[in-house]
Ligand binder design. Structure first.
Ligand code: HEC
Ligand code: HEC
Length: 279
């Protein structure tokens, strides 16, 4: 009995440094590391636009299909009903320009620098519709729970609850792992081909921040996997849950054991004579 009792206690002692080490690993993971990324991207999108550069790029890459005045040709649709949000989305996700009319519509490597994108859109504003405008996103102000509600109600049917994308009604909804905050918000407001656009009356500004925050949140666990160091994160957390759980169990056992070994002295009490004998 006593020997078991000691071995349980020494195993508990062994557990303490292990717990401390694991807690240190988990706590050393900076939570800001994930939130920092979108901010730099948003800043890159805010540069001065050069209208001459924009005119040149539009002439070179877009006129052939959309026409000089954006009214469209037999090769490409009119852009006069399309707002800046949609133009921004199409260009920054590399969906436009395409090489040939029949080219598959998908995300591609973007061929423009940030200032070229701004210049192009500045030029296109001469014929684009005013709305929807490129949305201002403030991810920090978003509420994750609210974002989750909006996402499940409005987006999950096509993009899946995990944001992995999927095929619905024959049209493929892309995965949501690559879009920047502005692209997510632009897609929501503009409604690119195959996706509905959501105005303020359906998703207000606060909800927009929230759902963008949620889309970024969805990709977090996998992102950490891409970074060798932080891959420890979820693993350590899981391990800690186990170790703490087992630790609590051992403590409970010890406590019961202690009570068990403490009382037995009283156990022989029924024989009154023994008590009297010791006195
Ligand atoms: C080879 C023809 C072609 C060229 C070149 C082209 N487009 Fe398009 N564009 C299309 C077609 C076709 C569509 C119809 C939507 C679709 O199914 O992709 C379209 C749709 C669009 C739309 C609205 C729908 C969307 O994608 O969100 C925008 C905005 C757009 N193009 C911008 C541009 C810009 C800006 C350029 C130049 C940088 C450009 N396009 C170059 C053919 C072209
Ligand atoms: C009816 C199906 C449908 C619904 C509902 C829908 N989407 Fe989409 N979504 C699409 C399709 C299709 C595309 C591809 C559009 C294109 O070709 O440009 C897309 C594109 C996107 C993209 C661009 C992805 C990328 O990186 O290229 C984002 C971001 C996005 N959707 C977010 C959302 C959010 C957030 C919601 C909910 C508020 C939502 N979508 C609701 C079908 C849908």
């Amino acid at each position: 009995m006593t020997r078991w009792h000691l071995s349980a206690r020494s195993s508990l002692l062994l557990l303490v440094p292990l717990l401390v080490a694991l807690a240190a690993v988990a706590l050393s993971r900076p939570p800001e590391a994930r939130a920092a990324q979108p901010t730099t991207q948003a800043l890159a999108e805010e540069t001065e636009a050069d209208p001459e550069l924009g005119a040149r790029l539009y002439q070179r890459d877009c006129v052939f299909c959309h026409g000089a005045d954006g009214k469209g040709t037999s090769r490409g649709q009119s852009l006069t009903e399309v707002g800046p949000a949609e133009a921004h989305y199409s260009i920054t996700t590399g969906r436009m320009p395409i090489e040939d009319v029949g080219d598959e519509r998908r995300r591609r490597e973007v061929k423009y620098k940030a200032e070229e994108v701004d210049a192009l859109i500045a030029h296109m504003r001469r014929f684009l519709a005013f709305e929807p405008e490129i949305p201002e996103v403030n991810v920090e102000e978003g509420k994750l729970s609210e974002g989750g509600e909006v996402f499940l109600a409005e987006c999950a049917a096509c993009h899946q609850w995990s944001g992995a994308g999927g095929a619905l009604l024959g049209r493929e909804a892309p995965g949501l792992r690559e879009a920047t905050p502005t692209q997510i918000a632009s897609a929501i407001r503009a409604g690119p081909p195959g996706m509905p656009g959501y105005g303020e009356e359906v998703i207000d500004e606060e909800q927009l921040n929230s759902v963008v925050k949620y889309v970024l949140y969805l990709r977090e666990p996998q992102d950490r996997g891409g970074n060798g160091l932080w891959h420890l994160g979820p693993f350590a957390e899981g391990l800690i849950a186990w170790v703490v759980g087992i630790g609590v169990l051992i403590l409970a056992v010890l406590w019961i054991g202690e009570r068990g070994t403490g009382e037995p002295v009283a156990e022989p009490q029924p024989s009154e004579g023994e008590g009297g004998a010791t006195q």
